[in-house]
Structure formats: structure tokens, C-alpha cells
Design a protein around this ligand. Structure first.
Ligand SMILES: CCCCCCCCCCCCC/C=C/C(=O)SCCNC(=O)CCNC(=O)[C@H](O)C(C)(C)COP(=O)(O)OP(=O)(O)OC[C@H]1O[C@@H](n2cnc3c(N)ncnc32)[C@H](O)[C@@H]1OP(=O)(O)O
Length: 258
């Protein structure tokens, strides 16, 4: 893979950590989007990667779209920036868990990216919000459709109309993040959680992700068929055999992720 300018990728012990480093605010530009579109598929396809962690350098996770870039209100520019949605779909459909480690401000398109991840862990000093409307913009980086699915229509609408930046604690209260960690413990807790998730049956998690998404818009009959197709894949997996055998052997399972 060609060297990246804004993304630092480290893979160790099954954990791929993608660190966003585009000073001063990790704001999103077409160039940063292209780097994500280069990095994420490779991590998705790499069987040695059991979990992907996204995080930022400094006091910003992602401050959202680069406002200077967004000043170009042309359709062409928005088509370029709209590829952020492709990044989100790659994460949402990745055949492995994706953790958004919100080290700092996660705003606008940054918060919207986190909605496509499977776990959101926030440092206590992080803030999360959808301030697009304060800029006269539409929260159109996936958030207007994912947030209602997460929080319910009314709460999502209020959050987006008001555009408030929530503290990590407030975001936890409403279910926008899953865990809040004191700043000084954040890196260690993220590493621990990532290691825990890397040891789980990775392929089965990938199947759970895609079958839940596939089944969501279907009627119960169709959804049950999606679930049954997933079950049939999992019962043929090494991890299913290992999990059951480990219980009978009274030992911890050693899932190999397939
Ligand atoms: C993400 C991809 C989008 C895809 C779009 C799809 C296209 C089609 C749909 C279009 C709809 C748009 C969808 C999404 C839009 C957005 O995300 S809009 C941006 C939303 N984000 C914000 O509004 C946050 C703006 N930042 C702030 O409010 C503050 O920085 C802060 C978070 C409250 C922190 O304040 P403070 O601690 O005082 O720091 P600052 O001095 O403000 O910031 C430090 C430097 O960082 C620069 N900066 C901050 N945010 C951005 C940003 N979003 N873009 C560009 N630059 C940013 C800030 O200017 C400072 O720079 P310097 O002055 O040079 O130090």
C-alpha cells in the first residue's frame, strides 16, 4: 500500500489501529476520504486483522467535513465529499468488528462515521454532535438516516435541529456512545477492549453485522430466512466447534476467527 499522508495504520496481535492525523482538527477532505478508501478494504480483507480501531491524534477524533472545503457548494465538490458514505459502508459491512475510539471532538461527518462502527468508546473529554445545521448544512454524511435508527426519530431530529455538542457523559446517557473512559485511561481501555474483541469469533461477528443490516428492512419471514442462512454458515465454522468443545473441556475458547 502506498504511504499515507493522514492515516497511520498499525497492525499488531490481530488489532488494526487506524490513527487520523490531519492537523489541526482531523477535518475531512477528499484526500483524506481517498486514504480511507485505500486503507479500509485492505484491513477488511486481511485475515490477520480481527478488529479495526479508528481514532484520532490530539483533541479531535474528526471535526467533521473541512469547512473550508465545504464552502465550495458545487455539486461536483459534494459528489467528491459524498464518498465519505462509501467509507461508512465499508466499515458497516466489514466482516469484522470496527471500534470508534473517540479520543476527542467527534462532530458532523466525524460523528456520522462513528455511527457506522460497531462500538463507540469515548474519552471523558470528547464531545459528540451534529452541528451541520448551525452551518446551514444538512447532516448529509449518513447521519440523517443512521441516527434515527440508533436513537429513534424524535431524539435524532432534536439532536440535529439543535446541533448541540454533547459531552461524552451525555452521549452515553442517550446511547450515542457505548462507553466513556477517563482521559488518562482511554488508550489502555481501548487497547483492552480491542484485544477482547479480537479474540471473539470474528467471522461470526461479520455475519451478524451483515445479516442484521440485511434483515432490518424485511418482513419477519424474510428476516428469519436471512438469520437461518447465517446460522447455516456458522455451524460449519471452526469457531463454533471450538466454542462448544471448550465449554465441555471447561477451558476458555481459542477462537481463530473463522
Ligand atoms: C465528513 C465528510 C462529509 C461528507 C459530506 C457529504 C456531502 C453531501 C452532504 C453534505 C452535508 C454535509 C455533511 C457534513 C458536514 C460537516 O461535517 S460540517 C462540519 C461540522 N463540524 C463542525 O461544525 C465543528 C467545527 N469546529 C468547532 O466547532 C470547534 O473547532 C470546536 C470543535 C468547538 C472546538 O473549538 P476550539 O477548541 O475553540 O478549537 P478551534 O480553534 O475552533 O479549532 C482548532 C482548529 O481546528 C480548525 N477546525 C475545527 N473544526 C474544523 C472543521 N470542521 N473544518 C476545518 N477546520 C476546523 C479551526 O479552524 C482551528 O484552526 P486554526 O484556527 O487554524 O487553529
Amino acid at each position: 500500500m502506498r504511504p499515507m499522508t493522514f492515516l497511520n495504520v498499525d497492525v499488531a496481535a490481530g488489532v488494526a489501529t487506524v490513527v487520523i492525523d490531519r492537523p489541526p482538527a482531523n477535518a475531512v477532505t477528499p484526500e483524506l476520504i481517498e486514504e480511507f478508501l485505500t486503507v479500509v478494504p485492505g484491513l477488511s480483507d486481511d485475515p490477520s486483522v480481527r478488529v479495526i480501531v479508528l481514532t484520532g491524534v490530539g483533541r479531535f477524533f474528526i471535526a467533521g467535513a473541512d469547512i473550508a472545503v465545504m464552502r465550495d457548494l458545487s455539486l461536483d465538490n459534494h459528489v467528491r465529499m459524498r464518498r465519505w458514505i462509501e467509507v461508512q459502508r465499508l466499515l458497516e459491512l466489514a466482516p469484522k468488528p470496527v471500534i470508534a475510539a473517540l479520543n476527542g471532538h467527534a462532530l458532523g461527518g466525524g460523528a456520522e462515521l462513528s455511527l457506522a462502527c460497531d462500538l463507540r468508546i469515548a474519552a471523558a473529554s470528547a464531545t459528540v454532535g451534529f452541528p451541520e445545521m448551525q452551518l446551514g448544512l444538512f447532516p448529509g454524511a449518513g447521519g440523517s438516516q443512521r441516527l434515527p435508527r440508533l436513537l429513534g426519530l424524535h431524539k435524532a431530529k432534536l439532536l440535529m435541529i439543535e446541533g448541540r455538542r454533547l459531552s461524552a457523559a451525555s452521549a452515553l446517557e442517550i446511547g450515542l456512545v457505548d462507553e466513556v473512559v477517563p482521559d488518562e485511561e482511554f488508550a489502555a481501555v481501548v487497547a483492552t477492549r480491542a484485544a477482547e474483541w479480537a479474540a471473539k469469533p470474528t467471522a461470526t461477528i461479520g455475519l451478524l453485522k451483515t445479516s442484521m443490516l440485511e434483515g432490518a428492512p424485511l418482513d419477519m419471514e424474510g428476516a428469519m430466512a436471512v438469520e437461518w442462512a447465517a446460522v447455516q454458515q456458522v455451524i460449519a465454522s471452526e469457531d463454533a466447534a471450538e466454542g462448544l468443545q471448550s465449554f465441555l473441556d471447561k477451558r476458555k475458547p481459542e477462537f481463530r476467527g473463522n
